[in-house]
Design a binder for this molecule. Structure first.
Ligand SMILES: [Zn+2]
Length: 494
């Protein structure tokens, strides 16, 4: 009898106490989410797969259970993100010089069109060196031409190492086709693999030439030699500071079929509605996607489970949502679980393009990514430090939760590699705050080992102490920034 009585009493106390008494997030809380999200049943959470369906359903259920309201544009949880993948189809090509057909002697060529059918004859070819000058601009007159571009040469400007950056510069300069030349003893296999990997992109934000591709250096040598030019001389010219490209006197004919697959993925979007209208909003974000089945057939473990990257971030966001939804705040608090971060922050860019609230209402976006790295007691780094006036506020809140800030701006090296970057480019104050980027040696240990491989899975040894503390810190930041008296913002009529 007494037992029953006391049980009821305890129950009542818990009921009354829960809105004000916040219990700290534990390693076990986080582990429970990660065990599901990073399980083999979720197949590595690749956008467009059964793993996506399970992932976004799990997140929406967790948020609904916490009391978060759905906040996609249609009133549901899922904001559609239209994505596209391209694969190589059948193709034909030939080259002529002065009306004479050229024999090339190599068929190491990859060609991928922007559209399913691409056909062009007599397309003039230009050798564009590495494609761009030291300042990133294009010197060669590539407009309406097929540009041959050296993929890896010592004079590629540091900022333009990625083929994507140079491709985009060349497309902006009007190139009809961008064809990289890969060193067959060096970069060719990875360049070829990259082009044939059916990369996912956000069609509404693409900068693509009508035709893109790659050839080996042997192919290039064969081609220019057949047209009476010398490849080594061309390469030597490309190293000169005043190089402006060299017309090859070659015309190309292409008939390229491209395998195009369009599908719709989702950002999961929820909201704790604030009680003060037009007082701005706080936004938490983290990517739910990972790399899916990533190892070749026959490998002992083929699934990239993405336990740290970024099941850990979603786990933290779920616990932050649970804690913050226990009471109303002044400001709206949004939660956005993004898709296709691994393909280039695509879900975040889609959100920035078509946000469910005006972006200028967001007083702060906090991204949570790769958070299960550091142990308890770690310092707190801010990615985006110095880009907003909020560092001191974050520091004060961190201090209240017993945390010390890491003073350097070293973690800013990761600024463009995380979803917040998509919002920063639109002028939204966006930070990543936490311990996993405070000790960069420890982070590098992960990046140099399990990262983006089948071994990023939940283990007994997975460090969740720092993540649990970071979850508490995010709850404290949420309470602070969602309170119009604690944090006054010039935004939205405050
Ligand atoms: Zn990743």
């Amino acid at each position: 009898m007494r037992l029953v009585h006391s049980a009821i009493f305890v129950g009542l106390v818990a009921l009354v106490a829960s809105p004000t008494l916040s219990k700290a997030v534990t390693e076990a809380d986080l582990r429970a989410h990660i065990a599901i999200l990073a399980s083999d049943a979720f197949e590595g959470r690749k956008p467009g797969t059964e793993g996506e369906a399970k992932t976004v359903k799990y997140i929406a259920e967790q948020w609904a259970r916490a009391g978060v309201k759905p906040a996609a544009a249609d009133g549901g949880w899922f904001e559609p993100v239209p994505l596209i993948q391209r694969g190589q189809g059948r193709f034909d090509y030939s080259f002529t010089a002065k009306g004479r057909k050229l024999r090339v002697g190599s068929d190491d060529i990859v060609l991928i069109g922007k559209q399913a059918d691409y056909m062009r004859s007599d397309l003039p070819m230009i050798f564009a060196g590495v494609g761009v000058k030291a300042d990133g601009t294009v010197a060669a007159d590539v407009a309406g031409k097929a540009a041959l571009v050296l993929f890896d040469a010592e004079n590629v400007p540091d900022k333009m190492k990625s083929p994507r950056a140079r491709r985009e510069a060349l497309v902006a300069a009007g190139a009809e086709a961008v064809i990289f030349v890969g060193d067959s003893k060096g970069s060719w296999p990875s360049l070829r693999r990259l082009l044939l990997s059916r990369p996912i992109s956000l069609e509404s934000r693409e900068t693509r030439a009508p035709l893109e591709g790659a050839i080996t250096s042997e192919f290039a040598v064969g081609l220019v030699t057949a047209a009476g030019q010398d490849w080594d001389t061309l390469r030597a010219h490309a190293k000169q500071a005043d190089f402006v490209g060299e017309a090859l006197g070659i015309d190309a004919n292409f008939n390229v079929k491209t395998d195009i697959y369009r599908f719709t993925s989702s950002n999961v979007i929820g909201k704790i509605p604030g009680r003060k209208k037009n007082s701005g909003a706080l936004l938490f974000m983290g990517h739910w996607d990972h790399l899916g089945i990533c190892a070749p057939e026959g490998a002992p473990d083929r699934i990239c489970n993405g336990a740290v990257d970024n099941a850990s971030g979603i786990a933290v966001m779920n616990e932050v949502a649970k804690a913050l939804a226990q009471k109303k705040h002044d400001r709206d608090v949004y939660f956005v679980a993004t898709t296709a971060e691994e393909s280039g922050l695509l879900g975040a860019y889609a959100f920035a393009q078509k946000p469910v609230l005006p972006l200028d209402q967001i007083i702060l976006a906090l991204n949570v990514d790769t958070i299960a790295i550091a142990p308890r007691g770690s310092k707190v780094a801010i990615i985006g430090r110095g880009t907003t006036p909020l560092d001191a506020v974050v520091e004060a809140v961190a201090k209240k939760t017993g945390r010390v800030l890491e003073g350097s701006t070293d973690a800013n090296a990761f600024m463009q590699r995380q979803d917040g970057w998509a919002l920063m480019q639109k002028g939204v104050p966006a930070l990543m705050v936490g311990g996993s980027f405070a000790d960069l040696d420890l982070l590098q240990k992960f990046l140099g080992s399990d990262y983006h491989g089948p071994k990023d899975e939940l283990k007994d040894t997975t460090e969740l102490g720092g993540a649990a503390e970071d979850a508490d810190l995010h709850i404290a930041l949420g309470r602070h920034f969602a309170d119009t008296r604690k944090y006054k913002s010039k935004k939205a009529g405050d």
